[in-house]
Design a protein around this ligand. Sequence first.
Ligand SMILES: Cc1cc2nc3c(=O)[nH]c(=O)nc-3n(C[C@H](O)[C@H](O)[C@H](O)COP(=O)(O)OP(=O)(O)OC[C@H]3O[C@@H](n4cnc5c(N)ncnc54)[C@H](O)[C@@H]3O)c2cc1C
Length: 493
Amino acid sequence: MIIKTETDTIHPYTFDSSNMHGNADIVYIPEDFDELRQAIKSCFDQNIPMTFSGAGTGITGSRVPNGGAVISTELMKGISVFGNGKVTVQAGVTLNELDDFLRPQGYFLAPNPTEMNSFIGGNVATNASGSRTFKYGAIREHILGLKLILPDGEIISLNRGEIFADSYKLSLSSESGKKYELQLPVYKMPATKNATGYFAHENMDAIDLFIGNEGTIAAIAEITLKVLPLPESIIGGIVFFDDADKLLDFVIEIRDMSLINNKSNPESVKTISARLIEYFDNPSLNLLRPKFPQIPEKAIAGIWFEQEYSTPNEDEIMGEWYAMIQNYTGLSDDTWIALSDKEHKEMAEFRHELPLQVYENLTENSQKKVGLDTAVPIEHFPELFRFYSEVFGNLPLQYVIFGHIGNSHLHANIFCQNDEEYALALQIYDRCIDKTLALSGTVSAEHGIGKLKKKYLRKMYGDKTVDDMIEIKKYFDPKLLFGIGTMFDINKI
Ligand SMILES: Cc1cc2nc3c(=O)[nH]c(=O)nc-3n(C[C@H](O)[C@H](O)[C@H](O)COP(=O)(O)OP(=O)(O)OC[C@H]3O[C@@H](n4cnc5c(N)ncnc54)[C@H](O)[C@@H]3O)c2cc1C
């Protein structure tokens, strides 16, 4: 195990991609499961707070330490078992490394979070999702097994489908035979993608409690994932629009067709059945224009789509997409189409460039940013979309709106040059949160609560539910050592 105690070697572990900064006294870098457990047990015995670190790509300050120890999984790189559509990895394997391992064997991990340098452990801890979540769901739906370490060093192994709550009562055992009996919070989760607080549901699978825990109740050591065979063929496209209303109508039509057709066997599908539908607003295109001057001049917004298909159906599917695109945009001739691996990679890079530019804007110009990660049930999305147009249309601040429009989930990022702008951005943020909650949505669809969104966790669920979540935290972590300041306000515990 590597141990770092010098300020300059600790420094890289004291911030994340939100640009929030903290401090730590020591960093442990275990090389395997036993060393991870040893680091946790040693901190537990000495009452040292622990913050788990993945790649630090989180944007809510969740891995930013509040003193004590950082435990980084960066050397836990094992990929141990592969077969029957399953792979078992240690927490420090990155999405890129997993993809490099799976692709030559003809498999892939479906959800596709954009930041491929993030660790699978970090993805599980935040219930990450990505562009293909539209068809395949968040990472939660692809997690078949977890090996967890609790604050006192007890080990719990869970396989999906094996242990369920009895209504809201959950019973678990650790490998040493220690019993856990707990009452789950009773509350209604939104009918959207969601990464807000602990997962709780009547008769839920025990594994779901630990997915999205943001390092507050258990360390994620090993993960068994469901992986899928690579599709036979994929068509991708970026469609540009000169009219926002038509873009919305286009999205609703392709989304609703896809929600039905994605349930069918791909071999029988000869029409539109997208696996991802992503949005770029005009400021997003403007941010990308210097690097991609081929973006059409008249474009005020764009949609990226991809569809998996069976090769014999290619002509019919292409025909359907061309007809649909022509129906909804005057810029149909400017559509970019991708069929080869190289072209798909270029399109994915185009999409990835956007959050990268946002992050660079933030760090290079020392700006502050306010970033929304909200989603609403699909029936309410048109109202939210129009609300954003109204609110952002006249905003005297630099902003971009992009993201997972197929899931009714957009990221609005507002950049602030000074405190005055920051105060205004926070007001806008609060208005958008209020609107989202009025539309039965979630304050975080994929990034989690971290240290930056605690207030909104309470706003969304109310004090009683959050206090019940804190009881879960206290049950597993009575000394309050894991992820202090993440998800809950420590002073309130
Ligand atoms: C350019 C960019 C694009 C992004 N795109 C997406 C996207 O498409 N979808 C998405 O969901 N997110 C996205 N994110 C956010 C981020 O990548 C995800 O939240 C990711 O899951 C974090 O993984 P990480 O390894 O970097 O974790 P970190 O940031 O290091 O940690 C995140 C949280 O997980 C906890 N944690 C990490 N490892 C463990 C472990 N082994 N056990 C227990 N707790 C642990 C940490 O304590 C912390 O609470 C993006 C970020 C950037 C900068």
